[in-house]
Design a protein around this ligand. Structure first.
Ligand code: AP5
Length: 193
């Protein structure tokens, strides 16, 4: 089993590249943002609570997202590997993920971090907000609040995995194909070991 974390700030291209990577490598895509938006669409109590935080650009509590990931891992015992997108976002989430994977005799193979300038992130997200229907993309103050949450709570996740030599930084600006090719070459290096 080969597990990947696709890491980076809001708008860095995690979702875009995840779609291509799961098709290329047959991995199971686990996006906590998508799981939360599905709860919101179904108007579950969890979704209602999460929406009020997401609409402000704040993170949802660790125990909520860890619980969702734990269930999702159990639902896919047949998976060749998992691609984590938008998770983990705090050190507590990273530690919880490592424990969950250890119970399944597996671990994170690599953390692929997409680096994109702040102005490009804001531009991409506001542009997507014109058509996406995502309420957290339509207001510049909320977009910037998401980036602040990332800087304050999530950048440390890369430091956590750097201790285990698992992080590779890649330029997240350029064409989608150029970035995909860089990601694939990092994955292929590790799969051929
Ligand atoms: P989530 O859904 O994870 O959103 P995000 O991290 O803010 O990321 P985005 O989906 O906005 O961006 P992305 O990096 O996937 O980029 P994308 O490919 O879409 O989280 C939303 C909220 O849920 C959080 O704010 C939080 O409240 C909550 N949440 C989720 N996970 C959580 C967790 N673990 N803990 C706590 N709370 C959590 O691309 C963006 C745009 O750019 C698109 O329009 C795309 O077409 C475009 N684009 C992509 N690549 C390129 C390129 N190379 N050049 C030009 N444009 C590009």
């Amino acid at each position: 089993m080969f597990n990947i974390i696709l890491f980076g700030p809001p708008g860095s291209g995690k979702g875009t590249q995840s779609e291509k990577l799961i098709a290329a490598y047959g991995l199971k895509h686990l996006s906590t943002g998508d799981l939360l938006r599905s709860e919101i669409a179904r108007k579950t109590p969890l979704g209602i609570e999460a929406k009020s935080l997401m609409d402000k650009g704040h993170l949802v509590p660790d125990e909520v997202v860890v619980g969702m990931i734990s269930s999702a891992l159990d639902e896919h015992p047949e998976a060749k590997g998992f691609l984590f997108d938008g998770f983990p976002r705090t050190v507590a989430q990273s530690e919880a993920l490592d424990k969950l994977l250890k119970l399944k005799n597996t671990e994170i193979g690599v953390v692929l971090a997409l680096d994109v300038s702040e102005e490009e992130l804001v531009k991409r997200l506001l542009n997507r907000g014109l058509t996406s229907g995502r309420s957290d993309d339509t207001n510049e103050a909320v977009v910037r609040a998401r980036i602040i949450e990332y800087k304050q709570k999530t950048t440390v996740v890369a430091n956590y995995y750097e201790k285990f030599n698992k992080v590779v930084h890649l330029k997240g600006e350029g064409t989608v194909e150029e970035i995909f090719s860089g990601l694939c070459s990092e994955i292929d290096k590790r799969l051929s070991i």
